[in-house]
Design a protein around this ligand. Structure first.
Ligand SMILES: Cc1cc2nc3c(=O)[nH]c(=O)nc-3n(C[C@H](O)[C@H](O)[C@H](O)COP(=O)(O)O)c2cc1C
Length: 159
């Protein structure tokens, strides 16, 4: 059975909530998924996961300088060499390049990032459902087996 893990970096709870929704919806669709904080990573589930989804909040000056919140903890995530990964960020108004930066951080830990989503905190339900749909579509079309380039990148949802 395909399994996944969501690892979230959250300060006020939005990214945790999104991560738990993603895990619940993937599990309901047959992908056994757990969610955990970067502060308490479920290492056994991480080592077994076929897909690692990493989420963070947007930290910046609202119109510029945005980056993933908790970037030091993210940069020190366990190495996930060769595993497929996806990323998401939550934000209030303007995410800037947070998603791209998070993608780079996860790639530096060895993750093969197949795509991601930015989730506006006041539109969480729609954005999470859309992200989960796209993840399931990518999984169905073999994204977890093929190299990322061959599987085609997931597009970022700018909702
Ligand atoms: C210090 C700080 C800086 C923030 N900077 C931005 C920003 O530059 N752009 C933005 O859209 N949201 C910004 N936000 C909003 C958060 O990214 C947003 O509320 C996010 O969903 C919080 O996630 P969390 O509840 O998991 O901590 C900022 C929040 C804080 C606390």
């Amino acid at each position: 059975m395909t399994s996944a893990i969501v690892i979230y970096e959250s300060m006020t709870g939005n990214t945790r909530k999104a991560g738990e929704m993603i895990a619940d919806q993937l599990t309901a669709a047959g992908i056994d998924t757990v969610a955990c904080s970067t502060k308490e990573i479920l290492l056994q589930q991480l080592s077994e996961a076929d897909l690692v989804i990493v989420g963070s909040w947007t930290d910046g000056l609202f119109l510029f300088g945005q980056k993933p919140g908790g970037i030091v903890r993210l940069a020190n995530l366990p190495v996930i060499d060769g595993k497929k990964a996806a990323v998401y960020c939550t934000y209030a108004l303007d995410k800037g390049k947070t998603l791209e930066k998070l993608s780079n951080v996860v790639a530096r830990r060895g993750g093969d990032v197949i795509g991601g989503a930015s989730i506006r905190r006041d539109r969480m339900d729609e954005s999470v459902a859309d992200f989960v749909d796209r993840l399931l579509g990518a999984i169905d079309s073999g994204a977890l087996e093929a190299p990322a380039e061959a599987a085609g990148e997931l597009e970022s949802a700018n909702s």
